[in-house]
Write a new protein. Sequence first.
Length: 714
Amino acid sequence: MLRAPVLAVGALILTALCMLMACAAALGAETDTTTEPTWLDTVFVTATRMAKAILDTPNTVQSLTSTDIQARTLSRSTPEALREMPGVMVQKTSNGQGSPYMRGFTGFRTLFLLDGIRLNNSVFRDGPNQYWNTVDPFSISRLEVVKGPGSVTYGNDAIGGTVNAISRGPEGYGDGLRTSERLFYRVSSAENSHIARFDFDLTQDADYGLHVGGTWKQFGDVEAGGDVGRQRKTGYDEWDADLKFEYFLDPDTVVSVAHQHVDLDDAWRTHKTIYGISWKGTTIGDELERSLDQSRGLTAVQYHSTDRASFIDAISASLSYHVQEESQFRIRTDERYDRQGFDVGTVGASIQLETPSAIGRWAYGIEYYHDDVDSFADKLNADGSVKSSSIQGPVADDATYGLLGVFVEDDVQVHDKVNLIFGARYTYASVDAGRVEDPITGGAISLDETWDTAVGSARVLYALGEAEQWRLFGGVSQGVRAPNLSDLTRLDTARSNEIETPSPNLDPEQFISYEIGIKGATEACTTQLAWFYTDISNMIVRTPTGRVIDESIEVTKRNAGDGYVQGVELSASYRFHPQLNAVGSVAWTDGEVDAYPTSEPVEVREPLSRLMPTTGILGLHWDHPAKGCWAEALVTIADRQDDLSSDDRRDTQRIPPDGTPGYTVLTVRGGWEVARHFTVTAAVENVTDEEYRIHGSGQNEPGRSFVLALDYTF
């Protein structure tokens, strides 16, 4: 007998296809069902480094504004802002540690940019990690998401997808001196959370402006759905600050100086501890405490100039300094205390130029990032004093890592309806690790390696029909990821009951992705459908060694993973009435990769780890004719995921032995502009109090939750 989620997903797919056909019919006819445009005119810059309308971008892309993040989805974190995008699964090891999966990949195989500056550095871990949580969603003006390999455009790590967060800047430019202030407050019952935000903007004519913002967050223990109830030690505190100053040399040239700081305190990896829960057969950890403190600071000076009417038509340049720090405190069952962590200082510099020519518009440039890494691991006495220190922390100590990239892309209009985009990138990566612990001898060794790679891409965009409201797009893109310090030198716990030891002899991973899709847009509807297939070669995977270290199974890394991942992503929106809009999306992903599940030299083809189950969303949105209020209902449906790799089966604290059950979750929400400068947004999330967790997560999702947000500008 078919499972209920399977039937629900099937019904959702059928509904989404019906919406797609309705959009196709609407695209072929005149319509006046709405006076409000969709993403017809939305400008998107991340996919090709050149500003284009979303409809004219030859990739699968999505965009979220600050209104989408804060007022509509009421997202508490940046990863959770992506949870309603087709093909994105947001795994949460714990409440303060969210990691999106895109097209089968997460962690250091997805790239996060802040105003085009890399968040990723050389200590990012394999699998889900918490670093995207160090980006405050309330400091973001817009999120741009590009699916699939982007190594030609953005270099290392851009395999599953690339997300670019455009930070908030001064608003309200006009005549004379202007100021504006904003207060925002959000409270959620099942999260036991409070979030408060303050923004201040000052502008002088169209000459210069200043933006200052700050966010305070307090998260209590999460109340899960069903019979699970309170999940202890899932709360944490956070405070954030951001600043941006802009100076316009002329209307098309701006210099900006920006700084942002994020500080997370006492965010536990709860599933590793005795405070974890046993759910559907998962095991409970035995540590008494494992808590993390994290901080991140970014300072950047950027220059942007467009419409220069010369050989170089546009220039973008950036100089940045990024600091990321992490400290983990642990108490084991026998009351052994230890603390480990690292700090990474990254200097970044880049310049991009654009030149129009008879053979297309060229975007080309160079970028360089240099990490300085200090890492520590100390055994502690009960009073917190240091008992002894190790050679390294979770990664090599006294280490540097460099990434140099040179890139070029050409956008050629070969016909009135056909655009071709060709690109290439050369990458040079180097590592110099001064202090690495040899996993065999326990002594100190050093590591000095370099790699260089070249990749290319070719994409096509074809406008269909006389009205050119459809776009057929596709292409082939190479992806590459050189080993980072985490690959080469990690000495730290991995999944449940595992410890990862250094693997100094690794080569770059290689990927080739093929994609074909179609998208269309009118004022009444939008639709996007894509199929992708990514060939995986030389992927770095964990393999057991057969040794046991300190009661944990030792795993190391090797270039053993050949395989593939493929999938289909469909999203559609159709306004069938001036005040009613239906939305639907569905995503299916499948993949396999070679692995060595035991210490024996026997290669086995297995499912890709933590594959996203077939998932879809169906919703109905209503707008008041005067646009003073709105309401919507959304149902999210996910199938059971029981295609498990050996790594998944060993991850007993997060993944049930029979796989992660499917779920159906209903959310209703709405907003009301009570007065000109005062808006109230409210939601009931997980209306039916469903007991569920996202596949691969270390905790269950909140149960029925009442969320209220107040937004006041003055």
